[in-house]
Design a protein around this ligand. Structure first.
Ligand code: NAD
Ligand code: ZN
Length: 254
């Protein structure tokens, strides 16, 4: 981590009228939720291309629920980390107009962020793909002893988490909100995403084309690092975001 780099980002955020964060699985790794790359994690046991597609769910929902049940355990145990609460603090300071997230873990909201656009939905809800009925995942979980996989109270179909599986469209409202926000951002913090899952991966590109200054926070190189990012800060989100907030608070107190 370089303090000089964080100072540049701190100044950009203070000067910018409209800054956004765009986050991916990496921001929740330090909360104990593995990303698609972590070894030894959930995704080593369950290939997302086999278990996290809408076709797989329609073909064999019981099989997909063996993965969903383990994912639910991981998500339920996770708490927001200092990166989530740091972004909430930036919003509180009026230095961030919101977070667009690809994550389905609800940790931005739990960390205190008010404006969160969920590009891929949220696993706290279950939805029936036949009749549209929604229920809280927590309520279904409480009844797993009697009923697993959970069924729609209305039509008895097996419920699906209200998340975008591979092969499903992005919810129209989230998509248009996110693209609209990206077009008017002057700074975008891109945190913990490999930026290879489309169409979410277009969001930083749209922001860049509209003139935003793109800051990438990630311990590794991504497809954005060379051409799209104006500045890359290498390191963990849970360390860098709070360090950035500290820089900002010290600049503001001068
Ligand atoms: P990805 O797994 O493809 O990439 C994760 C990125 O995060 C990598 O570039 C990695 O270097 C980086 N990273 C790892 N640890 C980090 C840390 N401590 N700080 C900062 N960055 C870190 O994830 P993606 O780009 O978000 O795409 C995967 C898709 O699957 C998305 O839709 C994603 O939301 C979903 N997914 C969600 C969760 C979740 O809700 N927490 C978890 C796994 C996958
Ligand atoms: Zn139903």
């Amino acid at each position: 981590m370089s303090i000089a780099q964080l100072q540049v980002v701190a100044k950009k955020l203070i000067e910018s009228k409209n800054s956004l964060a765009f986050t991916g699985a990496g921001i929740s790794v330090e909360s104990g939720i593995p990303d698609f790359r972590s070894s030894g994690g959930l995704w080593e046991k369950f290939n997302p291309m086999e278990y996290a597609t809408i076709d797989a769910f329609k073909r064999d929902p019981e099989k997909v629920w063996t993965m969903l049940r383990e994912m639910d355990k991981v998500l339920e145990a996770a708490d927001p980390n200092p990166a989530h609460s740091g972004l909430a603090r930036l919003e509180e300071l009026n230095l961030l107009s919101g977070v667009i997230t690809q994550n389905i873990d609800n940790l931005h909201q739990e960390g205190g962020s008010q404006t969160v656009v969920e590009f891929h939905g949220n696993a706290r809800r279950l939805v029936c793909i036949k009749c549209g009925q929604a229920v809280a995942a927590a309520d279904a979980r409480a009844r797993w002893q009697e009923e697993f996989p959970p069924r729609c109270p209305n039509c008895q179909q097996i419920m699906k988490p209200d998340v975008v599986l591979f092969g499903e469209p992005i919810p129209a409202e989230a998509s248009s909100l996110a693209m609209g926000m990206a077009q008017v951002a002057s700074v975008m913090l891109v945190i913990g995403t490999s930026a290879v899952v489309a169409p979410a991966s277009y969001i930083p590109v749209v922001a860049k084309k509209s003139g935003a200054f793109i800051v990438e926070i990630n311990p590794e190189d991504t497809v954005l690092s060379q051409e799209i990012a104006d500045l890359t800060v290498r390191g963990k989100a849970g360390e860098l975001v709070p360090a950035l907030v500290e820089q900002i608070e010290s600049l503001l107190s001068k």
